[in-house]
Ligand binder design. Sequence first.
Ligand code: PLP
Length: 441
Amino acid sequence: MRYPEIKTDLPGPQASNLVQTDKTYVSPSYTRIYPLVVKEGQGLWIYDVDDNLFLDFTAGIAVCSTGHCHPKVVQAIKEQAERLLHMSGTDFYYVPQIALAEKLASLAPGEGIKKVYFGNSGAEAVEAAFKLARWHTRGELNIAFFGAFHGRTMGALSLTASKTIQKKHYYPFVPGITHIPYAYCYRCPYNLSYPQCGLECVHWVEDTLFRTTMPPEEIAAIFVEPIQGEGGYIVPPPEFHRELHEIAKKYNILYVADEVQSGMGRTGKMFSIEHYGVAPDIIALAKGIASGMPLGAMIAREDIMTWEAGSHASTFGGNPVSCQAALATIQLLEEGLMANAQIQGERLIKGLRELQKSYECMGDVRGLGLMVGVELVKDRETKERAGELRNKLIYEAFRKGLLLLGCGENTVRFCPALTVSEEEIDVCLSLFGDVLKAVGW
Ligand code: PLP
């Protein structure tokens, strides 16, 4: 079994120098939580610039779906790079963009023909969905959720309600957006318990919101992450999306699924909304779509994507190299990685639940496929958030060679590449157990 190898103090000498230079020249707005300076990666394994070896359970923030530098993705990139680097899918046609659009349109759930818009990132995919919803419906109001992260451009940031630091000093935002509580059952915003709650968080929308402040006929769309990502890897109960979608349909409100983090096979299905049996009107995609090459996509039914030539575009969107990387990625997902995500995700959750029996601080273990979160608390009864402990755990894991990230205020997220093996899951669990032993309770 392969284990991380940490040969220097962290950060090592090379990394320390580079971190210093970075401090001088790189934007201080980035949120580096530990000083990892990456040199190269293969699969789930990363060497830093001092040749320390790490096991990566972050996948570059849920991006490297096929692992670092999967040979088939690298091959597709190399071949495309030798043929054509750029021409702009905005003004010209080329095969990789057309082929990828056809593929994504065929994968998206629901009846009828779909069309695809290409951008370069998650924020751009959401921004495009936001603009299309307004263009198509002419509605000026939108609903989004507390805890939601949809990106940092001004439109996407207006929908985001994850952390105030992301919004501080940027007001005013796009008007007409109302944030409502998400189905966060571990901390039910209505102080109820599932299933006795009868899904109050959904019914409240129709019973209260539409009768008091939001005329439903003026609402363009509901923007929702099928599983909340940055907000804390929160998995809503089985009926949540179906019932909310029913309300949206009743009032002709578009249902926009932000699958930027939860999509592309990570949860064991191509789109996580498929677990809920809902066909959204619009889907936003990015992150895992092209194994690390920059690409965002927005998929909508053809009767919704009615905007006219010139109404939205991006010079780099749908870059041919990124599109080829996406086609290779999707092939790998379909050939077994999606199924592996489900199998290994179950193993990971089972192992974490086993650890939970010994560690009081592991308040909640939840997830679907390889989108797994552990919410840390000071006390299981009061559920007081243990944010500092979370940060300490992640730092200690780094020191032991296991790369993890946080999400929400006090949750550790596990989002490894979908290529993760049984052995790698077990090494992660064993290292996480060591870290809990050292700093947990
Ligand atoms: N939507 C979701 C659900 C995300 O998780 C993210 C990023 O974390 C975004 C949108 C924004 O993506 P990007 O950082 O590529 O703009």
